[in-house]
Design a protein around this ligand. Structure first.
Ligand SMILES: NC(=O)c1ccc[n+]([C@@H]2O[C@H](COP(=O)([O-])OP(=O)(O)OC[C@H]3O[C@@H](n4cnc5c(N)ncnc54)[C@H](O)[C@@H]3O)[C@@H](O)[C@H]2O)c1
Length: 278
């Protein structure tokens, strides 16, 4: 979608981090923006922070884990701006630790938000984008954890691998319709993702913080540090806007992680070679 000005973008997880940076970049590009988020107070502050940036920025309450809530947020967006063209299924939470420490509730929470949340956004908006026929673009936020599973956070990596797979399939399906798909795969970005426990609804039970002295606790602390020294979310947003304009499927922001991806794929190819040799 080359022309963004005058169009409308919908961004989940828009109250913080990457989502808020996307909202700002879209507004600066002359788009109307709907920021959708679970946290009412943070959402109000985010909308306020963009008040002077672009033509129209709205906040809408939304729990991406609940399909009805996403449908309501979509309806509120049409009411505010008529049409939506760009949908960023970006809300996400980090959770888990060592595999034997992870409760079933944590698996459900992370998969409900990171995977089902993306699906709910696609199902809510795709019929509308198809129907208005002005073109559109869907951006699903995965992660480098959608390609590399050595992070020790199984629900998170499982959800992000699934978002990569879903986005690849969706891109093929929507290409003939002129609707673009991108999957955003950042490494560490300076956001509040390491404090995801703040976004855990009571229905998933309490957040269990691992003992700092345990390997899981040490890993969590290391990840929090890496996030703190991560990339500026504004730089991620610049890449996403370019990918929408150029219709790029994969959006990487951390080329220094290339060697790790190569290691994974060469392991897979070596196993294929072994199969071929037998
Ligand atoms: N920060 C990183 O290092 C990093 C790296 C790769 C991928 N990501 C991904 O980027 C996306 C954005 O995360 P971030 O880093 O900006 O974190 P963040 O915690 O700063 O922002 C996440 C936002 O999502 C919202 N949210 C959480 N659960 C929600 C729900 N059920 N419904 C609606 N909104 C909900 C939160 O309220 C918050 O505003 C996530 O999908 C995350 O997995 C982050």
């Amino acid at each position: 979608m080359r022309e963004l000005a005058g169009k409308t973008a919908f961004v989940t997880g828009g109250a913080s981090g990457i989502g808020l940076a996307l909202g700002r970049a879209f507004a600066e590009a002359g788009m109307n923006v709907v920021l959708a988020d679970l946290k009412a107070e943070a959402l109000a502050a985010a909308v306020e922070s963009l008040r002077d940036v672009g033509p129209g920025v709205r906040g809408v309450a939304c729990d991406v884990a609940d399909p009805a809530s996403v449908e309501r947020a979509a309806a509120a967006s049409y009411e505010a701006f008529g049409k939506v063209h760009v949908v960023c299924n970006n809300a996400g939470v980090g959770g888990g630790s060592g595999i034997d420490n992870i409760s079933i509730d944590t698996w459900r929470w992370v998969l409900d938000v990171n995977l089902m949340g993306v699906l709910h956004g696609i199902r809510a908006f795709l019929p509308h984008i198809r129907a208005h026929g002005e073109g559109g673009h869907i951006v699903n936020t995965a992660s480098m954890a959608g390609f590399l599973s050595g992070f020790g956070f199984s629900p998170y990596t499982a959800s992000k691998f699934a978002v990569v797979a879903m986005s690849e399939g969706l891109a093929t399906e929507l290409k003939p319709l002129g609707i673009g798909v991108s999957v955003l795969c950042p490494g560490f970005v300076r956001t509040r993702i390491a404090e995801s426990g703040r976004n855990r609804p009571a229905r998933y039970g309490p957040t269990r913080t691992p003992d700092p002295a345990s390997p899981a606790g040490a890993l969590a602390a290391q990840i929090a540090e890496l996030v703190q020294s991560g990339l500026d979310p504004a730089a991620v947003a610049v890449r996403v806007l370019a990918a929408i304009r150029e219709d790029e499927l994969y959006v990487f922001t951390h080329p220094e992680m290339r060697a790790e991806v190569e290691r994974r794929f060469s392991g897979i190819l070596a196993a294929m070679d072994k199969a071929a040799a037998r």
